[in-house]
Design a binder for this molecule. Structure first.
Ligand code: ADP
Ligand code: MG
Length: 441
């Protein structure tokens, strides 16, 4: 069996050219510019965000590109969004009147994928980041972020729209990628979260948008979901001769309905029983030696609560541990490498046994990667499908991917797909319009 292909990340030039050409084909004029925002993969810290916990995502080199041009003014009676995407049907542009956009389920419900775009415009107004109504605009989207793979193509779309509107409407929030304004980006991220939760109707914490807007090249993003403060933790896998292999199981998400809400609810109930504002407080007391985990668990009412709490508390501990190893040894090797690998493995076991969000495909991907020599492997993202990650020697990427693909074939499962994650930079402008470059491309 030949080694499976890795999904390539587009360069700025390639992504900008694709989005621009889709735009000109759909709308017959040049866009005002092209912006891009990355997907993300979470190194460690799963199901911690809604518990006010910590997570450690990495922005992917894989990005969503949007070519945008404002059309109607802010006071036009109908402010029309017209949107096309290379990843969706190639019919005429989808039209949404921005004047009427509102939360999912209400009269302003936006059907389908344009909700992610219209939602950002709506949220910028709601959060009063845009002081005038957002004008109508045309947008063409193209992306190399795998869809629905747990790598956050949704946040990549929202965040690319956010940085585009930030610049086009002169909101002055994002700053250039080379000199980003983190405070402004945190506000844009909050607006994107509202777009996803309220207008697209997808419940998520804030990790994805923070990674897409606030990451730094060559660093993982240590995000504290209690106050959305961040630390850029150096991560130089290439210098260590390592790669982070992402395995997209391409499995249908199953049983997702209600499972996420149920996990959140149990965590909240458990925190209330313990007299804590959130499980983060419990994790902090545990790390400071004020609480024995077993004593905490003994105070809970059900086995379900005990297992969920054990996952969240130990997972927050593992995020701290991995971040500390990376601070001390950004070029992972020797002991630090083996304990980081072990933390990834422990995270998977905890998600599988205590949090019960893994799946047959995820378990198989993790087991096959470990058998092929990975230092550590775990499911990543919310679970029930999506992707797994494996920390491997750079020269073992192909062999590991082949081993995983073989295991899937032997189990009669759909072939997985693969990409390599390097810690990339955040959302920003990637392309001037053709008229500004002064030459046709
Ligand atoms: P993930 O974020 O893990 O990829 P989600 O289900 O959260 O999966 O988001 C996927 C949805 O986001 C798609 O179904 C679509 O509605 C929207 N989306 C993401 N990227 C694009 C794109 N390039 N074009 C159109 N819609 C997109
Ligand atoms: Mg998503």
């Amino acid at each position: 069996m030949t080694a499976p292909q890795l999904v390539p990340a587009w360069t700025d030039e390639e992504g900008a050219a694709r989005a621009r050409s889709l735009f000109t084909r759909a709308f017959g004029v040049e866009p005002a510019g092209v912006w891009a925002a990355p997907g993300r993969v979470n190194l460690i810290g799963e199901h911690t965000d809604y518990n006010d916990g910590l997570c450690l995502p990495v922005a992917l080199p894989h990005r969503t590109f949007v070519a945008v041009r404002p059309t109607d003014g802010p006071r036009a009676p109908a402010r029309t969004l017209r949107a096309v995407s290379a990843q969706e049907d190639d019919g005429p542009p989808r039209e949404v009147d921005l004047v009427t956009v509102g939360p999912q389920g209400g009269t302003g419900t936006v059907p389908g994928w344009p909700a992610y775009v219209a939602g950002v415009a709506w949220a910028l107004e709601q959060e009063q980041l845009a002081t005038e109504p957002v004008p109508g605009f045309d947008i063409a989207v193209d992306s190399c972020v795998p869809f629905g793979a747990g790598l956050s193509s949704s946040a990549a779309l929202e965040c690319s729209v956010a940085v585009a509107l930030d610049e086009l409407l002169d909101l002055g929030l994002a700053g250039p990628p080379a000199d980003p304004d983190d405070e402004g980006r945190a506000r844009l991220a909050a607006a994107c979260v509202r777009a996803e939760n309220e207008v697209a109707g997808a419940p998520t914490g804030g990790m994805d948008q923070a990674a897409s807007l606030r990451a730094r090249d060559g660093h993982a993003l240590l995000l504290d979901c209690r106050d959305f403060s961040i630390e850029h933790v150096p991560l130089d896998l290439a210098a260590a001769g390592l790669e982070l292999l992402v395995i997209d199981t391409r499995a249908e998400h199953r049983l997702v309905d209600g499972q996420y809400a149920r996990r959140r609810q149990v965590c909240e109930e458990a925190a209330a029983l313990l007299g804590a504002a959130s499980l983060r407080e419990v994790a902090d007391a545990h790390v400071h030696g004020e609480l024995e985990l077993d004593a905490v668990l003994a105070r809970l009412a059900t086995d379900e609560q005990r297992r969920r709490v054990r996952h969240v508390v130990t997972e927050i501990g593992r995020v701290r541990f991995v971040a500390q190893r990376l601070r001390q040894a950004p070029v992972l090797g020797g002991w630090a490498l083996s304990v980081v690998g072990q933390a990834l493995n422990d995270s998977h076991e905890s998600l599988r046994e205590d949090y019960e969000v893994s799946s047959r495909e995820l378990d198989l991907a993790v087991a096959a990667a470990r058998d092929a020599g990975a230092y550590g492997a775990r499911m990543t993202g919310g679970g029930f499908g999506g992707s797994a990650i494996a920390l491997v020697d750079a020269d073992a990427v192909d062999a590991t991917a082949s081993a995983v693909a073989r295991a899937f074939a032997e189990a009669d499962l759909r072939a997985p797909s693969f990409l390599v994650a390097t810690a990339a930079g955040p959302a920003g402008r990637v392309g001037p319009p053709r008229s500004e470059t002064g030459r046709a491309r």
